[in-house]
Design a protein around this ligand. Structure first.
Ligand SMILES: Nc1ncnc2c1ncn2[C@@H]1O[C@H](COP(=O)(O)OP(=O)(O)OP(=O)(O)O)[C@@H](O)[C@H]1O
Ligand SMILES: [Mg+2]
Length: 288
């Protein structure tokens, strides 16, 4: 499927000459309706190698819908999804994975009772020897998992420990290292820091940066503008299913990003309303 060149789909793409950081994945005017509910509409997004694209937005803004389209879980109902410049429609997450698009979900990524190294190879176990003597290459898998985790800067005392005994942050990191090892070009992380404390969030953000250094295109979904701003190269803010803001890092400050996330206009209106209410000191309220 990684077709380059001048197919009919490439017609009219002169404005996008092949460049080193050409998008691996791109949405153009993409949208998704669930029956009568239009969850996403007219969204443009580019995921480039070696860059972190942050997708922000309030509950129900359409963040998960957006990544489900890219990861092959749902099909878009309007616009286009392109991989390496070629329009695609994924029938399953497997098809997306085959093109190097890996998704790490908050909880579903690992099996708690299995050792770390087994989780690392889950579904892709390596074997040694020939049938009928073929068996799991346990030592080989342990060595590889250890090497890959260390190369991402993750040092665990014991790879035999069940994944369930790791912290939430460490579990995310194992899933990230696994995606990198199995050749992901695009890494999608759905709210990886949502359930984590400050320190653990920092650890996950560090590995997001490590994945970017490896040249992966990272899509980082979050509610938290501070987390986004620490690692993001590009910011897309969704509101009620459409893009409210799309800006490169140089074009937006953390304050502006926070303002958009907080629903700046709504906050200003709320401030005005509260000013009429006796007993509320609007001077004490945060600036909208
Ligand atoms: N399978 C579905 N069927 C019908 N409506 C859906 C479905 N999935 C999502 N929606 C609706 O689409 C909208 C966007 O939902 P989505 O899950 O993409 O938001 P989100 O930004 O990920 O929110 P959250 O921060 O709560 O995870 C919501 O109004 C939601 O109710
Ligand atoms: Mg969601």
């Amino acid at each position: 499927m990684t077709v380059h060149g001048s197919g009919p789909q490439d017609a009219g793409r002169e404005d996008h000459p092949p460049e080193r950081d050409a998008p691996v994945v791109e949405l153009r005017g993409a949208g998704k309706s669930y029956g009568n509910i239009r969850a996403l509409h007219g969204v443009d997004l580019a995921v480039r190698p070696g860059r972190v694209t942050c997708v922000l937005g309030d509950n129900g803004a359409g963040k998960s819908t957006l990544i489900k389209i890219i990861s092959g879980l749902h099909r878009h109902t309007e616009g286009e999804l392109l991989v390496d410049g070629v329009p695609v429609r994924f029938g399953s997450p497997r098809e997306a994975l085959d093109l190097g698009i890996a998704t790490v979900y908050q909880d579903l990524a690992t099996v708690p009772l299995m050792p770390v190294w087994r989780n690392f190879f889950l579904g892709s176990e390596t074997t040694r020897g020939r049938w009928p003597l073929r068996r799991l290459d346990i030592e080989g898998m342990k060595r590889t998992a250890d090497r890959e985790l260390r190369s991402m800067g993750i040092v665990l005392d014991d790879l035999e420990q069940p994944v369930g005994t790791l912290s939430g942050g460490q579990r995310q990191c194992v899933a990230i290292a696994r995606a990198v090892h199995f050749g992901a070009r695009v890494l999608i992380l759905d709210e990886p820091t949502a359930a984590l404390g400050v320190k653990q969030s920092g650890v996950v953000l560090k590995y997001i940066a490590a994945a970017r250094e490896r040249g992966l295109g990272v899509v980082f979904i979050t509610h938290n503008p501070h987390h986004a701003y620490l690692v993001g190269d590009h910011f897309s803010v969704l509101r009620l299913g459409t893009l409210e803001l799309a800006a490169d890092r140089a074009e937006v400050t953390l304050q502006e990003l926070t303002h958009h996330m907080a629903g700046g206009a709504e906050l200003a209106a709320l401030r005005h309303e509260l000013a009429q209410v006796h007993g509320v000191d609007v001077e004490e309220l945060p600036e909208a």
